[in-house]
Design a protein around this ligand. Sequence first.
Ligand SMILES: C[S@@+](CC[C@H](N)C(=O)[O-])C[C@H]1O[C@@H](n2cnc3c(N)ncnc32)[C@H](O)[C@@H]1O
Ligand code: SF4
Length: 395
Amino acid sequence: MTGADAKQGATGPPTDGTFGVYVHWPFCLSKCPYCDFNSHVRHAAIDQPRFLRAFETEIAWTAARIPGRVVSSIFFGGGTPSLMAPETVAGILDAIARHWSTAPDAEISLEANPTSVEATRFRGYRVAGVNRVSLGVQALDDRALSELGRLHSAREALDAVAVARSVFGRYSFDLIYARPQQSPQAWAAELKTAIAEAAEHLSLYQLTIEPETRFAALHSAGKLVIPDDNTARDLYDTTQEICGAAGLPAYEVSNHARVGAECRHNLVYWRGQEYAGIGPGAHGRLDIAGQRHATATEKRPESWLMRVESLGHGNIVDDVLTREERADEFLLMGLRLAEGIDVAVYEKLSGRPLDPERVHGLLSHDFIQIDAGGRLRVTPAGFPVLDAIVADLAA
Ligand SMILES: C[S@@+](CC[C@H](N)C(=O)[O-])C[C@H]1O[C@@H](n2cnc3c(N)ncnc32)[C@H](O)[C@@H]1O
Ligand code: SF4
């Protein structure tokens, strides 16, 4: 039995000891009309020292549940973490290092909005220990940025990218495509400009109309028209072609990187490894006594704060996943990756083999392939119908 096997238990993790910590900062300067993340606008100043104390408390509580971990990655997501004072970020990193140990080569990422004000804080984050930033550029076209409700221009975003390049060893930025009226030609030109500014990593998301957002209301009223399925497919194909040719292939449905420059923290989610979620509305997957716990905290920032201050944590969900749930999640997340999944791990988790007939059907349509080492991957032809493939295999 290997060390990894010994750790597995009943529905144990397919993990090699990799452990990530996600920290959620739930505030933004304004709410973008497409966004359904747990983000809130407050007109009064945020009491950051009070939030820091609550983050420290919740880290201590979580570490008591899963002691002894070595942290391989930390991700400050939001919301807008670049509204945090560098001292708040430093305090959280110190608390993580006090309660677990942090690997010397840990990846420590922070999501930033690309405004000039936020870029002035980058050096402070670097001193605090952040070694990678992910900037929400979203578009390189001022009209599109204003339609997306963004508070920055394309020039300002590229200036922030330049600051990130000079301060951090690693940086990435996000773009949203399949925007209203966007043609494949216009997107191709924008993407090539982006690639010229990118170093090792880009996240390229197709615009999704999320329920309960301002875009959802405009869309259902016919005031916001997004590309039809054929155009969306052309835009997707254009993305794969241009990024592949530039040495930035998709290692995940929406994430492109040079080999070895993948976001290690996000790989933790997609590979089904263990992570703690700290802060309002953060999710975690904790391995306790051989069982996988799915956790979530209170979403509303002030309610989370009060819960932590009175109870020592903001946790409101703590479900032990069944074998089946665990295996389904492994499949759903793992098939998003170009590297796919290890079929043997899936079968061990679920306690049953994949249905040979379904596998055969997907192989014969060239939607999946299985290599000699037993890894099952979705093919380029399969990625546009990924949801159907997952549903078929999980059924
Ligand atoms: C937590 S958000 C953003 C972080 C940061 N606050 C920002 O806006 O730059 C992470 C990313 O999700 C993407 N995103 C959010 N809502 C989306 C939507 N409805 N469709 C496509 N991408 C979306 C955006 O690219 C965004 O940068
Ligand atoms: S996209 Fe970013 S800035 Fe805009 S509301 Fe969402 S989290 Fe906040």
